[in-house]
Design a protein around this ligand. Sequence first.
Ligand code: KIV
Ligand code: ZN
Length: 524
Amino acid sequence: MADKVIIFDTTLRDGEQSPGCSMTTPEKLKVAEMLVELGVDVIEAGFPITSPGDFEAVRAVAQKFGDRATICGLARCRKSDIERAAEALHGIARPRIHVFLATSPIHRQFKLKMAEREIVKAAVEHVQLAKSFCDDVEFSPEDAARTELDFLTEVVEKAIEAGATTVNIPDTVGYATPMHYFKVISHLKQHVSNIDRAIISTHCHNDLGLAVANSLAAVEAGARQIECTINGLGERAGNAALEEIVMALKTREDYFGVVTGINTPKLCSASRLVSSITGMLVQRNKAIVGQNAFAHEAGIHQDGILKERTTYEIMRAEDVGFVGVNLVLGKHSGRHAIRSRTVELGYQLDDVQVENVYRDFIALADKKKVVYDADIVALIDNRMNVSPDRWKLVRFHIAAGTGTIPTATVELCDESATASVVPSDAAADAQPVRPTLRDAAIGDGPVDAVCKAMERIIGVTAELKDYQVRAVSGGEDAQGEASVEIDYLGRRYHGKAVSTDIIEASALAYLKALNKAVSERPSA
Ligand code: KIV
Ligand code: ZN
C-alpha cells in the first residue's frame, strides 16, 4: 500500500498573514468547512496570541471542526504563546500545538541575539511545555533551509526527544532549490538518531517560484507532511499551492508512490471560495485551477484531444472539479435545470439558495444573450455572503461624462433598523419596511462618486487600496466582476460583486467591503 502524505493546510494562518488577505471569523469558518470537505488532515487555524480576533477564530474553528480534522494553533517559544494556543484548542478531539523558533545564523545573530545553546534549550523547554497540554506537538526550526546542517540535526533531534511528533523544516524565505532541499531532508533522515519517532514536514515559500518543486523533492527524500495553502496564498510570493501538490502526487503516483486523502473534485470550488473571500484573483494560466488550465487553443492539440484525450491532457478536468466557460443554459431553463447545473458545478445549495440563484439567473438571462457556467459560478459566489450585510443598495443614479462633474445619488437600506408597517398599508399581507437613507456626492469619476455617497450614508471614510474589474465570460454583454480592497482603521477588507453594469458591480463590491469594515467597528 502506498504511503500517505499528510496535507497540512495553513491558508488560515500563513495565507491569512499575507497583505490584503485578512479574513473575518465567519469567513475563516467557511474556509475551514471547505477544508474539511476537501479532506485536509491538519488545519492551521491561526496564531492565537497575536490578537483577541485570532484567538476567537482559532477557538471557533476548533469548536466546530475539531472532531473532523486536526486543528493546529501556532506559538512562538514563549510560555504565554503556548498557553494561549492551548486555551484556544482546549477540549477538542484532535488539537495540535505548533511551536517555532528560528535557527539560522542570520536569525540567531540579528533577530534573536541568542547563541546556539540558548536556542536548543528554549526549543526543548517549550516543546515540553506544549506537550504538557497536548500529545500532538509540531516543532519548526524557522529558516531551517539556511541553518547549518549539523546544528539543524541537533535541534531536530532534541525537539523530538522533548516530545515533538512532527518536525517541520521551513524554507521560510524561499531560498532552497529542489536538490538542495532534498539533501537537507535526506541528511536529517540519516543523521537524526530518533527521526523514526516523528513525521518530517515541509513548509516552502515561493520566492523563487520553487515552493511546490521543493515540497515534492522533500517527499522523495522521505517527508510525509506537506504544509501548503489554497491558491498558494501566503507571505510575499506565497506558500506551496495545495492544489498543485495534491495533483502532482496524484497524477504521478507511479513515480512518488504516495497518496493523499484529498477529495480532488473539490479543488476548484475550494480555490474559488478562497479567491472570493480574500479577493486574491487566480491568474488565468494558474496550474490546476486557472481558467485556462484545461483550455486547448492550438488546432493540433484540439485535433489530438478529439482523437484521444490523453495525447495532450495528463489530468481530467472533472478530477479537479474544473468549470469551463461552456454554454449551458438559456432564458427558458427552469429551476430544475439550474439546480442540476449547480450540483454538476460542485455546489450543494439548499432550496433558498437555489431559488436566489435562479432569480439572479433569470434577471441575467434577460440582459445577456448567453449564460455560461462561469456566469453561474459568479452568481453563486456573489450570493455566498458569509457575514450578513447591514447595508443594502436600494438604488443609485450617476451623472458623468466629458466636461461634467461626476455626481452620484445613492439610497441604502439599513437592515439593522427596526422594520415597520406603514399604517395605511397595514393590510394582513403588508410587508414590514425598513427605513432607507439617501445622500449624494461628487467624485473623480462615477465609481468614486457612488463610493463616496455610500460612505456619507454609513458614516465611514475608507481608503481604496485595490480595484479591479474583469469580464466573467466572453462576449460584449459579459458580466463584469468588480473586486475592491479597502483600508479602514488600519485593517484591510475585501469585497467582490458581479453585474452586467460595471458601475453597479463596483458599488456592490465596495459596499460589501464597507459592510465587513463596519461589522468589526467597536461601536457597531
Ligand atoms: O515560514 C515559516 O517559517 C513559518 C513558520 C512559522 C513555520 O511560517
Ligand atoms: Zn511560512
